[in-house]
Design a protein around this ligand. Sequence first.
Ligand SMILES: Cc1cc2nc3c(=O)[nH]c(=O)nc-3n(C[C@H](O)[C@H](O)[C@H](O)COP(=O)(O)O)c2cc1C
Length: 245
Amino acid sequence: MDSNKKIYLAPLEGVTDSIFRNTFKKYFGGVDKYYTPFISPNSTFKFTTREFKDIDPEKNDINTTVPQLLTNKAEHFLWAAGEIASLGFKEINFNLGCPSGTVVAKKKGSGLLYYPEELDSMLYEIFAGLKNDIQVSIKTRLGKLESDEFYEILEIYNKYPISELTIHPRVQKDFYREPIHPDFFQYAYSNAKAPLVFNGDVKTISDIDDTFNNYPLINAVMIGRGLISNPKLALEFKKVQRTNP
Ligand SMILES: Cc1cc2nc3c(=O)[nH]c(=O)nc-3n(C[C@H](O)[C@H](O)[C@H](O)COP(=O)(O)O)c2cc1C
């Protein structure tokens, strides 16, 4: 296996704040990128104190931390992207996966996936309006109600220069417990233009190995709960990778 495979820490609201991320990095590590829990830019055009604290460059490594945005307005996204770029970050992640009822009711997170035309025009405005040299990645589910919504969603994603597309192969109504739909990740693997990242239920070294063996062209796996329950997982994977390149 390519010995340069990457592990990303998934954003977990209420868990993976900057204190968690810095402590994790100091005592465990093995993670190549740390995604922040979502920030919700709005018409105040200001970060809250708590939001700014979580992306303050004095408390974060700007090269390995990726701030995540949750919004359904390109104007709010672009404002936050400009601020985040000016702080020195290299990448911003767009949350199109959050399944929470209150978020979805506002047509945000995975709620926006149910409105493909709005999703498309928002992405058009974002990529047309980005002023800074910052990469935009996306973290997505397959849809809201049925996995086959994903065919149209992927066609939309394929129109834009998304730096990485992380797919959590569940729909909104699956939340975090229903079985994942690997056949739809496979569909994306064959049809997506953006580099893919797999996310969902990866908990052990053998799960990581299986993912990279099943999808040999992907470079990264994003892990949430697996790294919370075993914070040594990424480091152990990197050690095995170095021993058996
Ligand atoms: C408590 C909790 C909070 C989460 N917060 C976020 C979030 O802020 N942004 C996001 O994109 N995903 C969020 N997620 C989803 C995770 O990033 C991840 O996609 C999900 O847990 C599946 O990956 P895993 O099986 O490796 O944990 C959250 C999940 C949980 C359980």
